[in-house]
Design a protein around this ligand. Structure first.
Ligand SMILES: NC(=O)c1ccc[n+]([C@@H]2O[C@H](COP(=O)([O-])OP(=O)(O)OC[C@H]3O[C@@H](n4cnc5c(N)ncnc54)[C@H](O)[C@@H]3O)[C@@H](O)[C@H]2O)c1
Length: 252
């Protein structure tokens, strides 16, 4: 059990990438603190995860809210004694954050997208990093997107909010790697998403070297690797998990 004795906090764990990774961590024996702003989804996820025989506590609320994040992290440490692993997963593009061309986007909308994709992760990182440094152990993954690297029409706020994470991760890594903490970003390409249209999915699948959408479990396993001791010499990186989409096929 590679995560036996470890405690992990996963944000946005009710479904998708967050749930898939939480599932992999639980399979490896980690205790879990899971968060989602959708309370029903969160409790359903917790029941599934407890089937692995691990302790799971839940915190329903938005990680864009500083007071909520402080309460969640204080309770997490009180309930579990420590937090070793953090998956800073919350973020999202449309429909949560509707597309808008930059010239037509209003500043409040742009800021709101940064709140979800960048500042939410800053808040959770700030709350948990000092404890990890103090104990000399931590593994952190922040979830980015291929949109950060490639850019995205009508998605400048999302792409730049995600790219800000890359600067955060590489900077913090230089400060904490010698204190026992690894921090990396994952650059996701073509995971499934319930809001994606079949046409859009077909287009993305064509760009993938594998000619298919990624399976959520494939993302979960790769992220869990970065949260494990097997990834002890990896830090400050932006690791693609993208089916090859960052180097798209140019010919049919
Ligand atoms: N699916 C994709 O196409 C894709 C591609 C690249 C990157 N990503 C990134 O992967 C991460 C996870 O995406 P996903 O595809 O699993 O999304 P998802 O919509 O399937 O799941 C996200 C979960 O997070 C929760 N959530 C959203 N905002 C929250 C908040 N403020 N506080 C707490 N919970 C919140 C939602 O309720 C939901 O359960 C995001 O950072 C996203 O930007 C996704």
């Amino acid at each position: 059990m590679r995560f036996a004795g470890k405690v992990a906090l996963v944000t946005g764990a009710g479904r998708g990438i967050g749930f898939a990774t939480a599932n992999e961590l639980a399979r490896g024996g980690a205790e879990l603190i899971i968060n989602d702003m959708d309370g029903e989804r969160l409790e359903a996820a917790a029941s599934e995860l407890r089937a692995h025989g691990v302790k799971v506590t839940t915190h329903a609320g938005s990680v864009t809210d500083i007071a909520f994040v402080e309460t969640m992290t204080t309770h997490a440490v009180a309930d579990h004694g420590k937090v070793d692993l953090l998956l800073n997963n919350v973020g999202g593009g449309p429909p949560m954050t509707p597309w808008a061309e930059f010239a037509a986007s209003d500043l409040a909308h742009f800021r709101a997208i940064f709140e979800v994709n960048f500042f939410s992760q800053v808040l959770v990182l700030r709350a948990l990093l000092p404890g990890m440094i103090k104990r000399g152990y931590g593994k952190i993954v922040c979830v980015s997107s291929m949109s950060a690297v490639l850019g995205q029409e009508s998605g400048s706020a999302y792409a730049s909010g995600k790219m800000a994470l890359h600067g955060l991760v590489s900077s913090v890594s230089k400060e904490v790697a010698r204190k026992g903490v690894n921090i990396n970003a994952v650059v996701l390409g073509n995971p499934p998403h319930p809001s994606r249209t079949p046409d859009r999915q077909a287009y993305l699948d064509k760009l993938s070297h594998f000619a298919r959408v990624g399976d959520l479990a494939e993302f979960g396993r790769a992220i869990a690797f970065l949260l494990s001791d097997d990834a002890s010499y990896i830090s400050g990186a932006a690791v693609p998990i993208d089916g090859g989409l960052l180097t798209p096929r140019l010919n049919e």
